[in-house]
Design a protein around this ligand. Structure first.
Ligand code: MRU
Length: 350
């Protein structure tokens, strides 16, 4: 089945459609986001999620949110743009792609200061479409670069969902698997269930099944045993923000998987586009970690599993130190043993 995680319909006065990922795998449904509040809510509650997809959604959200200012003066348009970008920036804190995309949208408006409001609004749609199509290209390149690291017969573990549902294209970690499969390499993918919101169980397994790649879902606490049984020969995950030294924030539990991989001598790869790097942060200690609602843990998927009054701690992400990452895979190539200088050199390369 062909599907689009996000798609824009119409001209700049048009509308954003997205798959409501909270409903998968039971129901496949696209929803229309006609207001910026709708886009904010969709990002916040993870109807659209995954760092690059959040960036694309935010860019389209800017177009949606400034639509009513098309006929306003340029000063008023700029005021509305500021309001909309500040609002969308509050939706989720960890994935840097969100802020990267909002900055790109703002820069267009600053650069094109002589244009009328309607014309700048048209330019903002063009920019959002470019962010989306560039992301698609980045995914394909990440896939090509990472596929070299996987061999036929490899058992690959992934955590959370870093597939097409998390990007504007084919995904990051999953793109590596799709490209390897297209090269004729047979893989067996293990998808961590990924508590508490089950992105691995609900989304990763759904995507791999759609693409005909054998996948086995395991509970998060099974990974050590499955590694010990020699079923896993590589781990590939995505990232939400990578600091200048290569420390990578990703879905909670990723750091634990990296520790397990190290203990079992299994390579641990992180696949991410250059838009996921934050060179303003020297190390991963500075990456803001989203804290989410208690109910996600205490009342997951319709059933209370923790007594009332018991405390819950629910950080949505953790940081894997660069020293535990065998290589970062980007659209530009592979960074083995990442560190501050190799990351800077790689990102500066053409
Ligand atoms: O909370 P989520 O579902 O947005 O978390 C997503 C992840 O952690 C992904 O692994 C990451 O964004 C990379 S997506 C290509």
């Amino acid at each position: 089945m062909e599907y689009h995680t996000l798609r824009w319909q119409g001209d700049a006065s048009g509308t954003l459609w997205m798959i409501d990922q909270t409903l998968l795998p039971e129901e496949f449904k696209e929803i229309e986001c006609w207001t910026v509040e709708g886009v904010w809510e969709a990002i916040r509650v993870l109807r659209v999620r995954g760092a690059p997809a959040i960036g694309c959604a935010a860019a389209y959200g800017v177009v949606v949110g400034t639509r009513d200012a098309r006929d306003a003066s340029r000063d008023d348009f700029n005021l509305r743009l500021k309001e909309v970008t500040e609002y969308l920036a509050e939706s989720r804190p960890t994935a840097v792609n969100l802020f990267w995309a909002l900055n790109r949208m703002t820069e267009v408006a600053l650069r094109e200061s002589a244009l009328e409001s309607a014309a700048i609004h048209d330019r903002l749609l063009e920019e959002a479409l470019s962010i989306h199509s560039e992301d698609r290209e980045m995914c394909l390149a990440i896939g090509r670069n990472g596929a070299e690291l996987l061999h036929t017969g490899t058992g690959v573990l992934t955590h959370c969902n870093a597939g097409g549902l998390a990007t504007g294209g084919d995904g990051t970690a999953l793109s590596v698997m799709f490209a390897a499969a297209e090269q004729g390499k047979s893989l067996r993918v293990f998808a961590d269930e990924t508590r508490p919101l089950l992105q691995g169980a609900r989304l990763t397994s759904w995507e791999l099944q759609q693409r005909g790649i054998p996948v086995t879902v395991i509970c998060d606490n099974m990974a050590a045993q499955v590694m010990r049984e020699d079923r896993i020969h590589a781990v590939v995950t995505g990232a939400d923000r990578i600091a200048a030294n290569g420390d990578a924030a990703n879905k909670i539990g990723t750091y634990g998987v990296a520790l397990l991989a190290k203990a079992h001598n299994i390579p641990f790869y992180v696949a991410a586009p250059s838009s996921t790097f934050d060179l303003n942060l020297a190390t991963g200690d500075l990456i803001p970690i989203e804290q989410r609602d208690r109910e996600e843990v205490s009342h997951g998927f319709g059933r209370q599993t923790i007594p009332d009054g018991v405390d819950v701690y629910n950080p949505a992400f953790d940081v894997t130190p660069a020293s535990m990452i065998t290589a970062l895979i980007t659209e530009k190539g592979v960074i083995p043993n990442p560190c501050t200088s190799s990351v800077a050199e790689h990102l500066a390369s053409a």
